[in-house]
Design a protein around this ligand. Sequence first.
Ligand code: SAH
Length: 227
Amino acid sequence: MRIDIITCVPSLLTSFFSHSILDRAVKKGLAEVKVHDLRDYATNKQKQVDDYAFGGGAGMVLKIEPIAAVIRKLQAERSYDEIIYMTPDGKRFDQPTANRLSMMTNLILLCGHYKGVDQRVRDIFVTSEISIGDYVLSGGEIPAAVVADSVIRLIPGVLNDETSALSDSFQDNLLAPPVYTRPADFEGHSVPPVLLSGHEANIEAWRAEQSLKNTLEKRPDLLGDLD
Ligand code: SAH
């Protein structure tokens, strides 16, 4: 899978993608993430990518020409499954959306800044819009990193233990059970004995029960769809 991220602050993203699981996915050739600096596509001498809003009011707006130029250049190189604009008024991001996106081949994530992008970018180029939650950030870079991270870790082979992503929260509408590691006893706080029993079926049953208990306590709304 290839993800192209368009931003006016590329430095916010480059360090994020050069670490841990994401870096490993790129090195293994399972994912490719390219960050594009909007300023490289600015048409005037000042490398200006934003301008005042028509009609007045506080806040700058990202101009359409540099965004159109980078999207058209990318589209000339390959076809894209989706061109996604990160925006607080988009569809709320969730695990089913991450699962769906992880099956795509080429994605563009467009990061806004300031007041956002010229509406015509959304009308002409954008195929879907994602919000990472009901709050406003100063740029779409963190949202794009959130989406790319959650999508890339689902690609088979990215996580060492391939079943690991399946046992995470939200898969199957359930939250994850608690996890423990050594020591088995920390200052009198011991690990549930079943986890030390070596009895796989019992361990699995305990985890399923804890998952359900956790979900009932913290997110009963997730169980709404189940009978
Ligand atoms: N004026 C806009 C907010 C602009 S915030 C509004 O009220 O809707 C600047 C940029 O940050 C946005 O263009 C978007 O790309 C990004 N952004 C901010 N909050 C976000 C969120 N919750 N989800 C996704 N992107 C977000």
